[in-house]
Write a protein that binds this ligand. Sequence first.
Ligand code: LRH
Ligand code: MN
Length: 433
Amino acid sequence: MAAHFEIDDSFIAEQNQKAHEWVEEDYEHLGKKLRRQNVDIEDLVSKAQQFRVAVPSWGVGTGGTRFARFAGIGEPRDIYEKLEDCATIFKLVCSTPAVSLHIPWDKPDDAATLREFASGRGLSFDAMNSNTFQDQPGHEHSYKFGSLTHPDKAVRDQAVAHNIECIEIGKTLGSKAHTVWIGDGGHFPGQQHFRHALERYLESMRDIYAALPDDWRVFMEHKFYEPAFYSTVINDWGTNYYCARELGPKAFCLVDLGHHAPNVNIEMIVGRLIQFGKLAGFHFNDSKYGDDDLDSGSIKPFQLFLIFNELVDAELNKITNFNPAYMLDQSHNVTDPIESLMMSAVELVRAYVQAHLVDRDALTEAQNNCDPLLALSILKQAFTTDVAPILAVARERAGGAIDPLNAYRQSGYRRRKAEERPSIKGVAVSGIV
Ligand code: LRH
Ligand code: MN
């Protein structure tokens, strides 16, 4: 097998050398500033180094819309090349050691071999993802009118069998969770019976739930619309929560940030699901209008901070059943997917560290004294603190890049991959279209 170009540690160390001085200077200055707030900057570095987020296998290829997909150069052509790119992201930002696979897009010929290939690059597998929103060649039944909620039991059985197959593959890969998102719904009033469709969903999910190993969890993902444009069976967190309660202790609600109507208070939904012990975790991304799947923190960074404010509050208060899985779920239509995924992971660590800067005693006091402006200013002080030196030092000490974007671009990785991976004309490889 021809040698595959990889960014090596010495190149990263060389790049870091150029930036080390100014980072140290900024780090020291910030350290002084935080000491005045009785905050030890070293604690925040270890927090930053503990943060982990999984990369979506479907995110390392260029995505598109129904209008067009503009393929990039050096696109990964199979799951092995996708993992190469995931390993490059992990090497540079150090916070993405796991990959979330989508079946059948990433169905491995041999799961054990894939697991070995991944672990050889320091990668493991996070939640599996099933796909009953597209028909596959050889399918007996179409999902045109639904999958787990389809009126025809034969279609539901086909969809349940597919989910169970995903769990079986995941067991070999060492995954411990399975994500179920379905596009089932109606395009026109009258098309679906709302109550019956939900009952069929629960009947199908009970079969999937029964196939879960004891130490696994199932993540159910709600979404308010698309691909159905009138009604969606699992449309919001309330319906999702009801189903998670109905199914049992291994069922949880996954929050994809883009799956809520504009201006919905997502941080409050997160607070609720934490309180109810049913927060599965997240598909992080950002959006301005619909399920735009834009880079995390690119449109509403304050909302992202407020979500992490809820998460850190729960973490510090050791809330029971609080074990959220963090994953990115984005579509990179006009950027280099590796750059977007790296910078998105950095934005999540930033929000997490800033949320650890919130003076929670002062906030509680302001809340109890009904002092809204002081409460807001306490949050804003954390959100407006530039923690970039902490993030850079955390990466550098972990062997990553102080400036991942610059290091990646200087490496010429994409150009090298373009030489190694001649694109196959007309073959859509990996991104969401
Ligand atoms: C649905 C979704 C789901 C994935 C898909 C790629 O919008 O967020 O999580 O299966 O994107
Ligand atoms: Mn998602």
